[in-house]
Design a protein around this ligand. Structure first.
Ligand code: GAP
Length: 455
């Protein structure tokens, strides 16, 4: 079922690297796993956190017009009536009459079951929301839903945020967190999951300025991915056709990425108009309008919504950074992750396990780990250890050798071009900090000698 784009890393190779190195595991694997649910291992948890941190920085920290929110997953069930999800958040489901596998009708190409070629039933609409119950009684009155998007938590808090922060239009609210969808067609690793994380912005503007802000956000969000290292040729924008638009949207662009399975949605940016605030005003009976001090009028703001998936972003960052190089020892696998995303920033590698190197190696390790996620590795040859770090995307390795004990200088080796530089320990932290923050590698630290292996 999975197609493979020529020239892109094989999805199976990526899945295997993720499992082997502790990025991503199938959920509850010892029981055979659970369809479309995944667990992030030690390195995956770091990578995912770094993606979220980078998003929060761009969405909230770096802007004067944005604030954050962390709403609960379980919400009043009327929320989903007002938003249209109870009525319309459904996909067309077909079942194979022969093997009884179920498929999303719009994912079927030739009208036959993709697994066995059997005949399919007529499509019926299947609501994707997971239901559960609040309290001890499991009846209709206690049904609640696991949120299928984080967005509604923002809309229902619009007045709370407005009143507590005294914001003026235009301003936005950012939120990231878990969402749940009982997807019919799964597969393709973490591309489509039943439990996943979203990073969503609802940006409230005066009606009439919505198109200008829509353009702004499409540009901002596209640049976010390319600034974090995704190659521009692997990103594109696709405008939704009129019949594709969601019921609430006036316009929508998808940022698409060339995944190993082909061009697919990474993030959607929609002009949701005043649909949601109006709906929630109507269903809750609470006035969610905004009082414009200039015109002395109550208006219903329009909303621009950039909505991204954490897991899909992780997959895109992994796929885009994966690289292989042939060298005399075989194949060197490198994750050329942006430094901000790399799970481990620095590895401390004593040249050998010789006890003379131990005190200084531990001293360096203890001092660096106060600042970053740092790994200490003294097992096997130095060449193998460099490769292990390359494969998980560690930007810098610091090597301590016998000369280091004499002169308190260590070697920094960088991942991408394998250049090396020798620096005094007292400027090591400052040097790494400058390089991790993006200072050019060509700039030498005080007391540092020229990069070795510089092309
Ligand atoms: N509030 C709008 C909204 O939820 P969406 O296009 O359904 O829009 C936004 O979802 C993003 O969430 C997608 O672009 C994708 O990155 C991510 N996403 C949606 N469903 C997903 C799933 N089943 N598994 C992983 N990510 C998903």
């Amino acid at each position: 079922m999975t197609e493979q784009v020529p020239g892109k890393v094989d999805m199976d190779k990526l899945v295997s690297l993720c499992k082997r190195r502790g990025f991503i595991f199938p959920s509850s694997e010892i029981y055979g796993g659970l369809g479309a649910c995944y667990d992030y291992g030690p390195l995956g948890a770091e990578l995912k956190n770094n993606v979220k941190k980078a998003w929060w920085k761009a969405a909230v920290q770096d802007r004067d017009d944005m604030v954050g929110l962390d709403a609960s997953i379980l919400m009043h069930p009327q929320t989903w009536v007002a938003s249209g999800h109870v009525e319309g958040f459904a996909d067309p489901l077909v079942e194979c009459k022969q093997c009884h596998q179920r498929w999303r009708a719009d994912h079927i190409k030739d009208g036959k079951c993709p697994a066995c070629g059997g005949e399919l039933t007529e499509p019926r609409m299947f609501n994707l929301m997971f239901k559960t119950f609040v309290g001890p009684v499991e009846d209709e009155a206690s049904v609640v839903y696991l949120r299928p998007e984080t967005a509604q938590g923002i809309f229902v808090n619009f007045q709370n945020v407005l009143n507590s922060t005294r914001r003026k239009l235009p301003f936005g609210i950012a939120q990231m967190g878990k969402s749940f969808r009982n997807e019919i067609t799964t597969g393709n690793f973490i591309f489509r999951m039943r439990e996943f994380e979203q990073m969503e912005i609802e940006y409230f503007v005066k009606p009439g300025t919505d198109e200008q802000w829509f353009k702004h956000w499409v540009e901002q969000r596209f640049n976010w991915y390319s600034n974090l290292g995704i190659k521009k040729e692997n990103l594109r924008l696709r405008q939704h056709t009129k019949d594709e638009l969601a019921h609430y949207a006036r316009d929508c662009y998808d940022i698409e990425y060339l995944f190993p399975i082909g061009w697919s949605e990474l993030e959607g940016i929609a002009n949701r108009t005043d649909f949601d605030l109006k709906q929630h005003s109507q269903y809750s009976g609470k006035d969610l309008s905004y009082f414009d001090e200039e015109t002395k009028e109550h208006i219903m703001p329009y909303v621009i919504e950039p909505s991204a998936g954490v897991d899909r972003s992780v997959l895109a960052f992994l796929a885009d950074s994966y690289d292989e190089e042939k060298d005399k020892e075989g194949l060197r696998v490198i994750l050329r992750l942006h430094y901000a995303l790399a799970p481990i920033k620095v590895a401390v590698l004593p040249l050998s396990r010789n006890e003379k190197l131990l005190p200084l190696s531990k001293e360096v390790y203890d001092s660096l780990r106060k600042c970053w996620m740092v790994q200490y590795d003294d097992a096997q040859s130095i060449g193998r250890r460099y490769r292990r770090q390359d494969e998980i995307g560690t930007p810098f390795c610091v090597t301590i050798d016998f000369q280091s004990v004499e002169d308190r200088q260590v070697t920094i080796r960088e991942r991408d071009k394998m250049r090396q530089i020798r620096v005094p320990i007292e400027v090591l932290k400052a040097t790494l900090e400058a390089k991790l923050c993006g200072e050019s590698l060509e700039v030498l630290p005080p007391g540092g000698k020229k990069w070795l292996g510089f092309e």
